[in-house]
Design a binder for this molecule. Structure first.
Ligand SMILES: *Cc1c(COP(=O)(O)O)cnc(C)c1O
Length: 363
């Protein structure tokens, strides 16, 4: 199977592209092409690679009114041999299907998801930087495109894939973030859409992020909706807690209760931490246990993880009644070791023992 291709007649020149790749930031520039697949009359149409550009959207398109929109995020990395590979794309394809199911949208077959990525990266391969920790961020998404204001699952959907060059998340070196424990707002409630990667979850989170910023914090930490006690996630990333140090360290991440987004990075780190000889656990941690573990010195490091930033150390915590510094306030050794391990694997500097890399373009 391969998609039909309509090449851009005005792609960026090599000079323009080089200028963008020299300082891409995150999500600010897009490559020359995109992929589109339409779902109509109960079936997916042909995949099309076409020039990147504005969409024509009917103002009564259902996505604009009732929020049937879902997305994914993954990265393509230049490999040492000059080829391009991505990391565990089938995990994203399956999560995209689960998100679609939760939002009563059409499910895109896995092979179309993966082929869309392959065809876009194939045509826009020069947008994958050759700098070691740079990458091409891939953003698959789907919107309800049926026209009408009746409230019901749409019968037409548009799947799109766009790509954006991404520089290193911490160009000045890894810097810990400060977090606000949010008791004012919740991200997800039992039976809600917390497990789905849908636009609405992010829309609902923005006010809490703004509130955290007003308290002088970089990021918001989400607690459970019922007791406001159990730690769930940080912004759009999963969390990890490190107890002890050295080879006897124990690493805990909040269990997937239905209100957490099941991150591919989170899942991969459970395996990589185990490979490094640490004991790992999916469990529960309350804000009181976090404070107490920190005070006793038993809890040594905390970090967040996700595709965009890979691993971000948490340096300090603030809440309505106080604050504390996490460990030394500096990036911890296990945090940095796991970060290196994952980046080495994704950029092909380390052997791919778990068969997680998926080649998109050969050297
Ligand atoms: C996407 C996302 C994550 C991280 O998932 P990855 O697959 O690791 O990128 C974590 N939390 C939320 C809320 C997310 O939307």
């Amino acid at each position: 199977m391969s998609f039909s291709v309509r090449r851009s007649d005005s792609p960026r020149s090599a000079e323009e592209r080089a200028a963008i790749l020299a300082a891409p930031g995150f999500g600010r520039y897009f490559t020359d092409h995109m992929v589109r697949i339409e779902f109509r009359d109960g079936a997916w149409g042909e995949g099309v690679v076409e020039p990147y550009g504005p969409l024509t959207v009917d103002p009564a398109s259902m996505a604009l009114h009732y929020g049937q929109t879902i997305f994914e995020g993954l990265k393509a990395y230049r490999q040492p041999d000059g080829g391009v590979a991505t990391f565990r794309p089938l995990e994203n394809a399956r999560r995209f299907q689960r998100s679609a199911q939760r939002l009563a949208m059409a499910e895109l077959p896995e092979h179309l998801f993966v082929e869309s990525i392959r065809s876009l990266v194939d045509i826009d391969r020069e947008w994958v930087a050759r700098e070691s920790d740079d990458s091409l961020y891939l953003r698959p998404f789907m919107i309800a495109s049926e026209v009408g204001l009746g409230v019901k699952p749409a019968n037409a959907y548009t799947f799109l894939l766009i790509a954006s060059p991404a520089g290193p998340y911490f160009p000045q070196g890894v810097k810990p973030v400060s977090v606000w424990l949010s008791t004012e707002y919740t991200r997800a409630a039992p039976g809600g859409t917390g497990e789905a990667k849908c636009g609405g979850n992010y829309a609902a989170s923005l006010i809490a992020q703004a509130y955290a910023a007003d308290q002088g914090c970089d990021q918001v930490v989400w607690l459970d909706a019922t007791e406001h006690r159990w730690v769930e996630e940080m912004g759009g990333m999963n969390l990890y807690f490190v107890y002890g140090s050295g080879s006897s360290a124990r690493i805990l991440t909040p269990a997937l209760t239905g209100t957490l987004l099941p991150g591919v990075t989170r899942d991969s780190l459970l395996t990589l931490a185990h490979d490094l000889g640490y004991s790992t656990e999916e469990g529960k941690i309350s804000t009181d246990e976090w404070a107490a573990g920190n005070a006793s010195g038993e809890l040594t490091e905390v970090f967040a993880c996700g595709t965009a930033a890979v691993i971000t150390p948490v340096g300090s915590v603030k809440h309505a009644h106080g604050s504390w510094t996490v460990g030394t306030g500096e990036p911890g050794p296990i945090t940095m070791q796991l970060r290196e391990k994952l980046l080495d694997l994704q950029t092909g500097r380390a052997p791919d023992e778990h068969n997680w890399m998926h080649q998109l373009v050969s050297a």
